[in-house]
Design a protein around this ligand. Structure first.
Ligand code: S3P
Length: 449
């Protein structure tokens, strides 16, 4: 079925008074997808609190239902009645992941290993994104790719009748590929070993352990990790509390740093070290960020962030930072535009194969608002002067991160900044406009101006 495209709705942000107050960001996207998948694979009833209720996550929930699990919202929680490892049923229709790259890539490992044919489909934007890395890894363990369109959706997979234990070295730093292989390994008797040359987000490993799988991770002196997981584990239902998404916190965080006089507390943010690259970089740039109420829940570190406006300076962000902040460069580029001096961001090639070419979209938006910047094949250099002219109408190309980043820019630039559409923000960050308004941001629609 074709996906309906809602009409574009422009929005502007204008220079705000100091931002102040408390802000709670939505649940972490990566953990939300995994909570539904793990719940579906465990035996018993998993309850999930704080799930991100975006379209992409709900598509993962629907896919789990199509495989035989029961997924339902009750009050503020989501309940998943799982089937146990190996219990998925052959789906009667293709699994539709909408816009969710993470959902479909993880599911290709989770379900593609079953000895029946599963067809994976998605929106037009998702169908334009390359899936080769996951496909190549799955082929290497005997999964048959029955249908693909030059590495793109629709894709049909069928797992081998007798899968053999996996010993796989990841060809590239990708948490999605790592997770797909670990999830496939759950259905294979014996020990699955994944070698990860560069550390990426480790939520799959942490959740596997908390659901009762036997998993062992060793890291050598050169940083190469070996992850060993035992197949056919008895996963037991859990109560999962999803912490706030640091990649969503990025927007109020950068806003509070660049709007003069601001003092904001962002509550309940996931502090997993594989996800805090942006915060580490902003601290290095001179950002005043304090970590309050630090705690540990569901295997993850969490804190409230107190953020006060700061004079930022440009820094060099080496390519090895990319895995811990890949989704956060658009927000960092805005901070860099308000910093004094040059910020060089390297290792951004992955941003070119998102829903759209994110690197090009960000560079164009910066230039349009008077920011001196240059774009390399996989890098972005921003020469900040401490202030930004603004006044541009930014093409978001349907990307929520671009939309939120440039609205944040408008909160501190001399002239308002507009985005051509903001309808795609809602599924990823449902309370962005209301939450930012409640701490003092000023938005205008074309009608309200
Ligand atoms: C994700 C992994 C990252 C990230 C994506 C979510 C995940 O991609 O960019 O938004 O939940 O595993 P990689 O597979 O490139 O690491």
């Amino acid at each position: 079925m074709p996906h309906a495209v809602p009409a574009a709705s422009p929005l502007s942000a204008r220079r705000a008074n100091p931002l102040s107050g408390r802000f709670r960001v939505p649940g972490d996207r990566s953990i939300s997808h995994r909570a539904l998948m793990f719940g579906a694979m465990a035996s018993g009833r998993t309850s999930i609190e704080g799930l991100l209720e975006g379209d992409g996550i709900l598509a993962t929930g629907n896919a789990m239902q199509a495989l035989g699990a029961r997924v339902e919202r009750r009050g503020d929680s989501w309940l998943v009645d799982g089937l146990g490892v190996g219990g998925f049923l052959e789906p009667a229709a293709p699994l539709d992941f909408g816009n969710a790259g993470t959902g479909v890539r993880l599911a290709m490992g989770l379900v593609g290993i079953y000895p029946f044919a599963t067809r994976f489909v998605g929106s037009a934007a998702l169908s334009a994104r390359p899936m080769n890395l996951v496909l190549d890894s799955l082929r290497s363990i005997g999964v048959a790719v029955l249908e693909e369109d030059d590495g793109r959706l629709p894709i049909t997979l069928r797992g081998p009748r007798t899968p053999l234990p996996i010993h796989h070295r990841l060809p590239t730093a990708s948490a999605q590929v790592k997770s797909a292989m670990l999830l496939a390994g759950l259905l294979i008797p014996g020990t699955t070993t994944i070698i990860e040359p560069v550390l990426t987000r480790d939520h799959t490993e942490k959740m596997l352990a908390s659901f009762g799988a036997e998993i062992e991770i060793t890291t050598a002196a050169d940083g190469v990790s070996t992850i060993a997981v035992q197949g056919l584990p008895n996963l037991k239902a859990q109560h999962v509390i999803v912490p706030g998404d640091p990649s969503s916190a990025a927007f109020p965080l950068v806003a509070a740093l660049i709007v003069p006089g601001s003092d904001v507390i962002i509550e309940n943010v996931l502090m997993n070290p594989t996800r805090t690259g942006l915060i580490d970089t902003l601290l290095e740039m001179g950002g005043d960020i304090q970590f309050l109420n630090q705690r540990h829940s569901g295997g993850e570190d969490i804190a409230d962030l107190r953020v006060r406006s700061s004079r930022l300076k440009g820094v060099r962000v080496a390519a090895d930072h990319a895995p811990s902040m890949i989704d956060d460069y658009p927000a960092l580029a805005i901070a860099a535009a308000f910093a004094e001096g040059e910020t060089v961001m390297e290792g951004l090639g992955e941003l070119r194969v998102r829903e759209s070419d994110l690197l090009a979209a960000v560079a164009k938006g910066l230039a349009l608002n008077g920011v001196d910047c240059s774009e390399g094949p996989d890098s972005l250099t921003v020469r900040g002067t401490g202030k930004v002219a603004g006044g541009g109408m930014v093409q978001t190309r349907l990307d929520h991160r671009v939309a939120m980043s440039f609205l944040v820019m408008g909160m501190a630039s001399q002239l308002p900044v507009s985005v051509d559409d903001h309808t795609m923000i809602e599924p990823s960050f449902p309370n962005f406009v209301t939450g930012m308004s409640s701490v003092g941001a000023q938005f205008d629609t074309p009608e309200s101006r």
